[in-house]
Structure formats: structure tokens, C-alpha cells
Design a protein around this ligand. Structure first.
Ligand SMILES: [Fe+2]
Length: 242
């Protein structure tokens, strides 16, 4: 598996609190079948230097510890009206320097401002991968907006914790709907620690395998994440529209 969303870098955000904890997270990921991971600390303005150094440091530590996890550079970008410019100025990282930025939004909003932000990012030549859309109340309540974002060309990353029920009934329902209707592009861990919100992906792999299909598990956990980090084209989705 390839995990495109993780807070594995030490001391940069609310994720890993030390290099030791980052190595533990890497070990958990590898043991659950993850071969590669993109480090995606929360960012909204220029933190490229901090992120780059932290990735280099952790890569070295992984090699020294003999943990076979490939680590790529990325960010979980908090979307604002500045995001498109900052991406073009290389002040924000996409996922492994691809055309795909991982973008999150506030949990409390109407979704209208977010639509404008996504439009500006697309106009700038990027293809946004929206982080955990199933967790936003305004999308749970306005499925038409999901259609709209999909038609614009957005991709959707679903959290494993949403599908396993960690965030409650509404994210679980919408998360499963997005998977079953073909809206989901990627399922990722959004891991924050080795013990709580972990990078263990086996459970969600099994869940997708059994409750959806083996092909869906492969598509969401390996095929699409690989296309994204290789910056390959992802064809427009033809979901079962809401
Ligand atoms: Fe996250």
C-alpha cells in the first residue's frame, strides 16, 4: 500500500512528537503492509524548509533503523485564497512534487468559499486532492456540492478512521457512500501517532476488500496513490452521482 496522508514528521504539527515516535509510526505502517508514505504536515504558508529538512532527517533515520519505508515529501495544505499563488511560487509542496496538492478546509463553513479556493487552484494548473471530504458537515448536508467539486475535477481522499467509524456515524456513512459510488480516489491513514490515529492500514484494507471489493481495495490503496506520486494522469471519474 501507499499512504498519501500522514503526520509522521516529528515536531512540525499535532502529529509525531519526536523522531522516536516517527520511527514507531513507520514500523507500524510497514508491519501493516505499507511500502511508501507521503509526509503531509499541516501547512498554510511557507514551511518548505522545515518540511524538507524533516523529511531528509527521517529518511536517514529510517535507513539507519532498517525500516523499509519509502518516504516522500508533501503537505496537508489548509486551503485559503492564497493557496494557488503559494503553490505557483513553490512555497507549498504538492504530493511528491506532482500536479496533486492535498488540501484540507475548516470543519465549520458553508462550502462556498472552499469552492472558490478549489477553482483557483485548478485554474493555476493543479488537480486538488481534497482531504477527508466525508468529515465536513457542509458536504454531509449538501451532496450536490460533492457533485460540483467532482465535476470541477477534484479528487477525494477518504480517511481510514472515517470508514472504520472512529469519527462517528455521519463521516462513516458519507465515506462509504463516496467509496461505493466511485467518488473516492484514495484512502489514507491521516495518522498522527503510533498509538492513536495510527498508520496501521490493514484493518481498512480488509474492510474495503470484504465490504466493497478486492479491486476497490487495490484501486484506492495502491493504484491511485501510485499514479499520484508518479504524477500520472487520473482519468475523470464517472461516479454514481448524488
Ligand atoms: Fe491530516
Amino acid at each position: 500500500m501507499i499512504d498519501l496522508h500522514s503526520h509522521i514528521l516529528p515536531e512540525l504539527d499535532d502529529g509525531s512528537r519526536s523522531l522516536g515516535e516517527s520511527l514507531e509510526m513507520a514500523q507500524v505502517a510497514v508491519q501493516s503492509g505499507v511500502a511508501a508514505m507521503v509526509a503531509t504536515p499541516h501547512c498554510m504558508d511557507d514551511r518548505t524548509r522545515d518540511v524538507r529538512w524533516a523529511v531528509l532527517l527521517l529518511r536517514d533515520a529510517l535507513e539507519e533503523a532498517g525500516i523499509p519505508l519509502r518516504l516522500y515529501m508533501g503537505m496537508e495544505i489548509f486551503g485559503t485564497s492564497e493557496t494557488a499563488h503559494l503553490l505557483q511560487d513553490r512555497k507549498l509542496f504538492t504530493l511528491n512534487n506532482s500536479r496533486y496538492p492535498l488540501i484540507e478546509f475548516s470543519f465549520r463553513s458553508s462550502g462556498r468559499e472552499e469552492t472558490r479556493i478549489l477553482e483557483s487552484v485548478i485554474r493555476a494548473g493543479y488537480r486538488p486532492l481534497v482531504a477527508h471530504p466525508e468529515r465536513y458537515g457542509y458536504l454531509q448536508e449538501d451532496l450536490g456540492l460533492i457533485n460540483e467539486w467532482k465535476r470541477m475535477g477534484c479528487l477525494f481522499q477518504i480517511n481510514k478512521g472515517s470508514l472504520t467509524g472512529r469519527f462517528g456515524a455521519a463521516p462513516r456513512r458519507l465515506g462509504m457512500d463516496l467509496v461505493e459510488r466511485g467518488f473516492a480516489t484514495v484512502v489514507a491513514s491521516d495518522s498522527h501517532s503510533p498509538t492513536v490515529r495510527t498508520p496501521w492500514m490493514k484493518d481498512v484494507q480488509n474492510l474495503l476488500y470484504r465490504q466493497v471489493s478486492p479491486a476497490a481495495a487495490e484501486y484506492l490503496l495502491l493504484h491511485n496513490p501510485r499514479s499520484i506520486i508518479k504524477n500520472e494522469n487520473i482519468p475523470p471519474a464517472e461516479p454514481e452521482w448524488f
